[in-house]
Design a protein around this ligand. Structure first.
Ligand SMILES: Cc1cc2nc3c(=O)[nH]c(=O)nc-3n(C[C@H](O)[C@H](O)[C@H](O)COP(=O)(O)OP(=O)(O)OC[C@H]3O[C@@H](n4cnc5c(N)ncnc54)[C@H](O)[C@@H]3O)c2cc1C
Length: 402
């Protein structure tokens, strides 16, 4: 059989790297093109749910993550005074997953693990400083246009996977609508070594408040004792300079948890949050995965996890096609299954989470928190809630879509 052109992947974020690993595992030729000169290192996601850890385990990724990641068995929804705390124990899921916890590890510590494993495979082609600028597809292949070092060339591909993030060139070139909306507020993300655990916060806590809700994650950073990352909303009309001024950040942290000494702040940044899903994840031989296909707010920690879920689902199907075990319509099933999981689960839950955290009516907010406490203290309801919030139920439902 004549040698077929490789699968080209745009973007070496966690999704693109996972696609490359999943395809190479099936001996499919891969070319991974990343616009930046190296892996990106900014403050992003860092919470991994049980199914994601299960999906990455066969590649040796999960074992490496467990070396430095923080296991989070308990997570909380609470109010600011701390008199209402719903605490969920993920050990209730020990019969359905070998990983009954969330694993916290910075995204920029995951991607070097993925790249390191990929680099052990001499047949995997990875090129940094290569910007995908467009493509043209026909029934048999895709001609991918790549710009590097001021020169433009074309790479022939059997398929093109756009894993090139929220501003995806591949999605824009496809002309696929990115349906949804952008939240009015901006998120400020701040990391401090201060031990919120000593004040009763679980390593993953969501703090409801009518004026300034928040989400707290403990992350390993360079090793114990690690850092606590706090994300809270702010006015997008203000500049980053104003929002990240030390006095503003200090005041916000003091409002979360008052203490006599000032907070030590190690990292801070802002980011804009969207709820958007591509109308289709497939057009011919071009596929979308990860943030290129969908964006959501960080309450629930779903964004990065669903990118990995896309990669595994898609590459399993591409493998079947490659081996002629199935027809091209299988790629529509990828789109249907992953769109359903995204729309019905990730979008719905992350929007609901945010609305609960930011509820403006204090009475309604207290009622909702009291209801969450009732759920958390009833093992049957808590288990059902955790099957949903750990993304297990959504994946099961999507797998039934034919
Ligand atoms: C600033 C920020 C903060 C975030 N914080 C959180 C958080 O706190 N919690 C949470 O759950 N999620 C968070 N997210 C979302 C989470 O980080 C993403 O869901 C995750 O990064 C998705 O991975 P990805 O590989 O699909 O996309 P990305 O990580 O965006 O990777 C895309 C890659 O493609 C490359 N690329 C882009 N265009 C091209 C091109 N034309 N050619 C070649 N390469 C290209 C980029 O350089 C990048 O390396 C955050 C996102 C951002 C942007």
């Amino acid at each position: 059989m004549a040698q077929r052109p490789p699968v080209v992947i745009a973007g070496a974020g966690p999704t693109g790297l996972m696609c490359a690993l999943a395809l190479r595992r099936q001996d499919i030729p891969v070319v991974l093109l990343e616009a930046e000169p190296a892996l990106t290192h900014d403050l992003r996601a860092g919470s991994f749910h049980p199914p994601t850890l299960e999906m990455m385990a066969p590649y040796g990724i999960t074992a490496r993550m467990l070396e430095t990641g923080i296991k989070v068995r308990y997570w909380q929804i609470r109010n600011k005074p701390g008199d209402l705390i719903a605490e969920f124990d993920l050990d209730l899921l020990a019969d359905v997953t070998p990983h009954p916890y969330r694993l916290h590890l910075e995204q920029h510590r995951l991607t070097p693990i993925q790249l390191g494993i990929l680099r052990n495979d001499p047949a995997a082609e990875v090129h940094f400083g290569h910007h995908v600028t467009g493509f043209a597809q026909n029934a048999d292949s895709v001609a991918v246009t790549v710009e590097s070092g001021g020169k433009t060339r074309t790479v022939e591909a059997s398929y093109l996977i756009g894993a090139d993030g929220g501003r995806s060139v591949v999605r824009k070139e496809l002309g696929v609508e990115f349906e949804g909306f952008t939240w009015p507020e901006i998120f400020v993300v701040v990391s401090t070594p201060y031990d919120f655990g000593a004040r009763g916060f679980a390593r993953n806590s969501y703090i409801a408040d009518p004026f300034e809700f928040g989400a707290m994650f403990k992350l390993p950073d360079t090793g114990p004792p690690g850092l606590w990352r706090n994300a809270y909303p702010a006015n997008p009309e203000e500049s980053d300079e104003a929002l990240l001024a030390p006095a503003r950040v200090e005041a916000a942290l003091q409002r979360f948890n008052a203490k006599p000494e000032p907070y030590e702040v190690r990292y801070m940044s802002t980011y804009r949050v969207h709820q958007r899903v591509a109308a289709s994840f497939r057009v011919g031989r071009v596929l979308l995965a990860g943030d290129a296909a969908h964006l959501n707010n960080p309450l629930g920690g779903f964004g990065l996890n669903s990118g990995i879920h896309d990669a595994i689902n898609l590459c399993d199907k591409l493998g079947r096609l490659w081996r002629s075990e199935d027809g091209p319509e299988l790629l529509d099933l990828f789109s249907r299954q992953r769109r359903a999981a995204t729309v019905e689960q990730v979008q719905a839950m992350s929007i609901r989470n945010k609305r609960m955290m930011e509820e403006r009516d204090p009475k309604v907010q207290r009622e909702r928190l009291e209801e969450m406490i009732a759920v958390a203290t009833d093992p049957a309801r808590a288990r059902e809630h955790m099957l949903n919030t750990s993304m297990i139920a959504g994946l099961r439902r999507a797998a039934q879509i034919a």
